[in-house]
Write a protein that binds this ligand. Structure first.
Ligand SMILES: [Cu+2]
Length: 284
């Protein structure tokens, strides 16, 4: 039971919250402008994103909070050639299943289960961006076609410089595989992901169920098998262009883990994991 005095707090709190919402919608609102590199939070649901419309440029940590029933991630796209979120919508409508040429893949936190959270850190220049979710529903329709598209303007700068995180581990991506810089130990890690391939790649980190392989998880996640995939996604970094890099954090318990890329090969349309882009490792 609440103490009597707290009744008086409620209307004040409501007033403050209402006021905060109004401010957040105003032109001066600058989410994520804190100097400490605090994450910019986006909530994912079935099917949409909520979060700020505008953030400052520089090193930025995006956090996804999955409040949906389905898996979600944030693929951050930079819109090139002055294109807008409306152009993206129109392009997708004109050619479903094909992303336009005037975008760049700039990372974002990868898939987390319902109720989960994941973070990824990228360096963002000023410009117009779009958050999308490429994960398909059971019918194979990507969530972006069901409403998971959110424009994001990156303008201005942080009041103080935020530097890139120090990573103790690096995952290097190639066509078509992953290489880990060193064995992974139990505990929390900041991991740098670098794309040395010739096409965009992602990394999905998965805690594998006992006896399961990363390939088995990937095939099941694609919906080719009935039943849930044998493992639990723990984030990672969604698509990065050739030469680009990003960071993510994960806490490892002893066990078996997998790295997977679901990005499609433009030539064959097949996901990269079919071409061998999976990797497994054990944390002692
Ligand atoms: Cu790939």
């Amino acid at each position: 039971m609440l103490p009597t005095s707290s009744r008086w707090l409620t209307p004040l709190l409501v007033l403050l919250l209402t006021h905060a919402v109004v401010l957040a919608d105003g032109p001066r609102a600058f989410a994520g402008s804190r100097a400490d590199g605090a994450p910019v939070v986006f909530v994912a649901n079935d099917y949409g994103f909520t979060g700020p419309d505008r953030i400052p440029s520089g090193v930025t940590t995006l956090q996804i909070v999955n409040k949906g029933q389905d898996l979600h991630h944030i693929q951050l796209l930079r819109l090139l050639q002055g294109k807008t979120a409306e152009d993206f919508r129109a392009a997708l409508k004109a050619e479903p299943g094909r992303l336009p040429q005037w975008i760049a893949f700039v990372g974002g936190p990868n898939a987390v289960s319902p109720g989960g959270e994941a973070r990824a850190t990228m360096s963002l220049g000023e410009g117009e961006y779009l958050l999308i979710c490429l994960i398909p529903n059971k019918e194979g329709v990507p969530h972006m076609a069901l409403g998971m598209q959110k424009p994001l303007s990156v303008k201005g700068v942080h009041s103080t410089l935020v530097s890139e995180p120090k990573a103790g581990l690096t995952i290097t991506q190639a066509d078509f595989g992953f290489a880990l810089s060193q064995p992974v130990t139990a505990g929390p890690h900041t991991i740098q992901v670098v794309n040395h391939g010739t096409q965009p790649h992602e990394v999905v980190l998965v805690r594998l169920a006992p006896g399961a392989t990363a390939k088995q998880f990937a095939v099941a996640a694609e919906g080719s098998l009935s039943g849930p995939p044998p493992g639990k996604p723990m984030g990672g970094v969604v698509g990065l262009e050739t030469g680009a890099h990003g960071f993510f954090t994960a806490r490892f318990e002893p066990g078996r883990y997998g790295l997977i890329c679901f990005f499609p090969d433009p030539a064959t349309g097949k996901p990269h994991f079919v071409q061998g882009m999976t990797s497994e490792f054990t944390v002692e």
